[in-house]
Design a protein around this ligand. Structure first.
Ligand code: GLP
Length: 244
């Protein structure tokens, strides 16, 4: 879907998340959400906070799994995705901390593989992700699945692309401070979600959205693999859709 601007698009995505949470709650079940970071979903999280504060939306029975985290990364660092998620969403709603899952950037390297396997198992044990929201990086990455990622990849440690580290350099006060690695859910992990929403706003994302939607499917642009799934919706503003 294409919306006039990112504000109305964000409100629409938040409304879908809220409807999912409420429908699960009415059946006595827990919604399992896959969440993303970056500037793209900030408006969605702001609207979810508003729905919590003003319209009684409760996150008590909501379970979340974040897509990724830099590696290494301390959770209390300003640039960590833990900090991002608490600042933009979790600190403002009634979610139970025990239900929040974010890849652990503090592990020793030899403990990462077991952690990643366990991350997958936890998602499966809860019946899988009901909804995964995604942004897209200019390399065509989803999560931190950079070019070369396999369509059936699982949660794992990856090396970040140069362009991704350039784009992150502002947050870190210089590219040299941007970690070279990250832990990310795989493309295969993302694919198992029952519903996937990829959001993109602004002219800056128009070329990669054109490639992702209309380009030939290829590991060079990991987001093109989304063309394989029937459960994916692209939610765009006019600017991001302008090259389609
Ligand atoms: C980061 C995140 C991705 C995100 C991408 C785009 O690399 N790991 O999950 O989609 O950036 O970020 P932004 O939304 O800030 O453009």
């Amino acid at each position: 879907s294409v919306y006039d601007n990112q504000q109305v698009a964000s409100v629409a995505v938040a409304a879908r998340i809220a409807a999912l949470i409420r429908s699960k709650q009415s059946k006595g079940q827990k919604a399992v959400l896959g969440l993303a970071t970056g500037v793209t979903p900030i408006g969605v999280y702001a609207e979810l906070v508003r729905l919590h504060q003003q319209e009684g939306l409760s996150f008590r029975d909501v379970i979340t799994f974040n897509l990724d985290e830099y590696y290494p990364m301390k959770p209390d660092a300003a640039q960590s995705y833990v900090t991002f998620m608490y600042e933009n969403l979790f600190s403002h709603v009634d979610i139970d901390k025990a239900n929040v899952h974010i890849p652990d950037g503090t592990l020793e390297q030899d403990a990462v593989a077991a952690f990643c396997l366990e991350y997958e198992h936890k998602i499966e044990a809860l019946g899988g992700l009901d909804l995964q929201i995604l942004g897209i990086g200019r390399t065509g990455h989803i999560g931190f699945n950079e070019p070369g990622s396999a369509p059936n990849s699982g949660t794992r440690l990856v090396t970040l692309d140069d362009l991704t580290r350039n784009d992150a350099s502002r947050d870190f006060g210089g590219k040299a401070n941007v970690p070279t690695k990250a832990i990310t859910m795989g493309i295969g992990t993302i694919f198992k979600a029952r519903e996937i929403i990829l959001m993109a706003w602004s002219k800056k994302k128009a070329p990669i959205i054109k490639k992702a939607v209309e380009g030939e499917m290829s590991g060079d642009v990991p987001a093109t693999y989304l063309q394989l799934s029937d459960n994916v919706e692209f939610v765009l503003d006019e600017a991001a859709a302008s090259e389609l």
